[in-house]
Design a protein around this ligand. Structure first.
Ligand code: TRP
Length: 442
């Protein structure tokens, strides 16, 4: 088949916005705050930052290096540098894309619904009682479908015309909203209790393995690592881009937005005396507590809450397109499908796979756990082994287009030793507990 020239980003800024768009999403605002609440505040935050720096950043640079070097989607990129025996790993990545987007879109659907109904009708003071109705059943399914349709529409319009354009418009808007909300939250009376909770460190929590597992999973999920999403985006870069610089910009933006989102969520919850609601935090915590806070703020709450949920929708959309792009690019490269056909058929398939998650939040939670603890951490482990031990000259590949920073040998050694050891350790504990979660569904 005569193949078209490979699509490319139209600018460095466009790529960075798209990659930051992938990283910044529900993970930063929804997942980060409920995990922080559940795992003891700042001790968790510090651990998450450390893991992002020592484990996440090296894997991010590894993904960018593979994608840009091969100029191919994940399955082919792995075969390009490692031979056909590595293709199954690429298939696992694509499977992870199906799995993650299927429930991610359900949660994104909740955010669309909250944004709309909050702005139009005002927020619900008794969101706890009505959360079940929002989060499951036909309503949840309908918003999940609508969100998938939007994602498909953007991906069908291509790398620079769809994904890049969307990210270049929406990401600066998201930054502005989140920063403005953090300022607003700081003016609330009683915000101090929220900061204290968020920023006071209880280091004894670091002795709990569950906290390590959660922090590692979050570091990977938030940076979109371990399933070839960043790899796929990097495959549309030209060969002279500066990968170390890009990876640092992406990681800093991702961590920065998560941190600032915490400065929005916790002060608001404390200012309105809702902290006890967070105690029994589940996947729903943010969706129950915050609407209550917005409802109690009266008229202002409608604007503030509306902006908050709009930011969540934006973050979710730019992340969802990166997940769908992994699957679509694999079908374009591997099966010769057209982009439009691939986006529609695969997007629709993912919408169907999401049905159980739209019907039952326990299923959704279990799929989230499997995706993170097994697929992403396992994928990160395999990527580290691949680039650290198998690939011929990763340092040379990174140095293409830059002068090659002095720390490249450190990077390689992190991938060889520290990253696989750490992830192996976490997986050793995460696999049995994830298994128990899945078994408890039946
Ligand atoms: N990083 C996104 C978030 O924080 C979610 C996401 C997008 C993702 N692409 C991914 C997670 C790829 C894992 C893998 O919301």
């Amino acid at each position: 088949m005569a193949s078209l020239p490979r699509e490319q980003w139209s600018s460095r800024y466009g790529f960075v916005m798209a990659a930051v768009g992938s990283a910044v999403g529900l993970g930063n605002m929804w997942r980060f705050s409920y995990l922080t609440a559940e795992n003891g505040g700042a001790a968790f935050v510090v651990l998450y930052l450390a893991i992002t720096l020592v484990v996440g950043l090296p894997v991010l640079l590894a993904e960018l290096t593979l994608g840009r070097g091969a100029q191919k989607s994940p399955i082919r990129a792995l075969a390009h540098f490692g031979g056909n025996r590595w293709k199954p790993l690429g298939l696992v990545f694509v499977a992870a894309g199906f799995l993650i987007l299927s429930y991610y879109s359900v949660i994104a659907g909740w955010t669309v619904r909250y944004a709309l109904s909050g702005i139009v009708f005002g927020f619900d003071g008794d969101a706890a009682a009505n959360f079940g109705e929002v989060a499951t059943g036909w309503d949840a399914f309908g918003f999940h479908l609508a969100f998938m349709a939007g994602t498909i529409y953007i991906v069908a319009h291509g790398v620079s015309g769809g994904i890049e354009r969307t990210a270049m418009i929406l990401m600066p808007a998201l930054f502005a909203i989140v920063i403005a909300l953090a300022f607003y939250a700081s003016t609330l009376e009683g915000a101090g209790g929220g900061y204290a909770y968020y920023l006071e460190t209880d280091f004894t929590k670091l002795s709990e393995l569950d906290v390590w597992k959660a922090a590692a999973g979050q570091a990977f999920f938030s940076l979109s690592l371990g399933m070839g999403a960043m790899l796929t985006f990097a495959s549309y870069l030209d060969r002279n881009s500066n990968l170390p610089a890009e990876s640092i910009v992406i990681a800093v933006a991702d961590v920065g937005i998560a941190f600032i989102a915490g400065l929005v969520v916790f002060p608001m919850i404390y200012a309105l005396n809702l902290s006890s609601d967070v105690g029994e935090s589940t996947v729903g915590a943010l969706f129950i507590t915050l609407p209550k806070a917005f409802a109690e703020m009266g008229g202002v709450g409608r604007g503030v809450g509306g902006l908050f949920f709009v930011a969540l929708v934006v973050g979710a959309l730019t992340s969802a397109i990166s997940l769908l792009e992994v699957v679509v690019s694999a079908a374009i490269d591997g099966l010769g499908w057209s982009r439009r056909f691939a986006a529609v058929v695969l997007g629709a398939t993912i919408a169907v796979i999401g049905i159980p998650s739209a019907w039952n939040t326990n299923i959704l939670g279990a799929v989230d756990e499997v995706a993170n603890n097994i697929f992403l951490l396992g994928g990160g482990f395999a990527l580290a082994i691949f680039v650290g031990w198998w690939m011929a000259d990763p340092e040379g590949e990174v140095a293409q287009g830059t002068s090659g920073p002095f720390w490249l040998p450190i990077w390689r050694n992190l991938l060889r030793f520290a990253v696989p050891l750490f992830l192996g350790f976490v997986l050793y504990f995460a696999i049995p507990s994830t298994w128990r979660t899945v078994a408890s569904l039946f």
